[in-house]
Write a protein that binds this ligand. Structure first.
Ligand code: URA
Length: 210
């Protein structure tokens, strides 16, 4: 297992993911499970957020209570499937700032080109959590992280649901400083760029577009 990769092997995560993988699982169930699993993955991906303390008064005494340090984290969704993670994550981190990166492949150069980019200010002072459920080739995640680094982001991590070994290797090579948290590391990519066994097109499954 590459050391920049964490596979969350918690039984609840694995159980929910198995239901999501099933072709017969309806859109509403898929969406609900995605929301739940996004929270369990967020728990893991935020494990090392910096803490400070502040003075509070309990009914019994004063104490120095732990509290998140610094600016609110930024959640960056890679369109469109990344949006499926946001609702659940924002329930856990309601003050998080949210950004969006839209990329599509330039048919001449075959490189990912941005068609939308809107991110919070002060990225250099935030923990930046990039969300993209399916880490397939890793091209779009790597391109999105390039753009975020150009905006000053330094403390970046990627949260996904299912990763392919090809995507993990590509991202590790392009951005070795970016840890990846996923619920599963699958076998491979097929000729169409789908993760196998995977769960199909995550966007279609969560938005019901097929
Ligand atoms: N994107 C998806 O939605 N699914 C895959 O299997 C690969 C990329």
């Amino acid at each position: 297992m590459p050391d920049h990769l964490t596979v969350v092997d918690h039984p609840l995560v694995q159980h929910k993911l198995s239901i999501m993988r099933e072709v017969a699982t309806p859109t509403a169930t898929f969406r609900q499970l995605l929301r739940e699993i996004s929270q369990l993955l967020t728990f893991e991906v935020t494990r090392d957020l910096a803490l400070t303390t502040r003075d509070i008064e309990t009914p019994l005494c004063q104490m120095q209570a732990p509290t998140l340090a610094g600016r609110d984290p930024a959640l960056i969704s890679i369109l469109r499937a990344g949006n499926g993670f946001l609702d659940g994550m924002l329930e856990l981190i309601p003050s998080a700032r949210v950004g969006f990166v839209g990329l599509q492949r330039d048919e001449e150069t075959l490189q990912p080109m941005q068609y939308y980019f809107k991110v919070p200010e002060h990225l250099d002072e935030r923990a930046v959590i990039v969300v993209d459920p399916m880490l397939a080739t890793g091209n779009s995640s790597a391109a999105a992280i390039d753009l975020l680094k150009q905006k000053g982001a330094r403390n970046i991590r990627l949260m996904c649901l299912v990763a392919a070994p090809e995507g993990v290797a590509h991202l590790g090579q392009k951005h070795p400083d970016v840890p990846i948290t996923t619920a599963a590391l699958d076998d491979r990519l097929n000729d169409q760029g789908y993760i196998v066994p995977g769960l199909g097109d995550a966007g279609d499954r969560m938005f019901g577009t097929k």
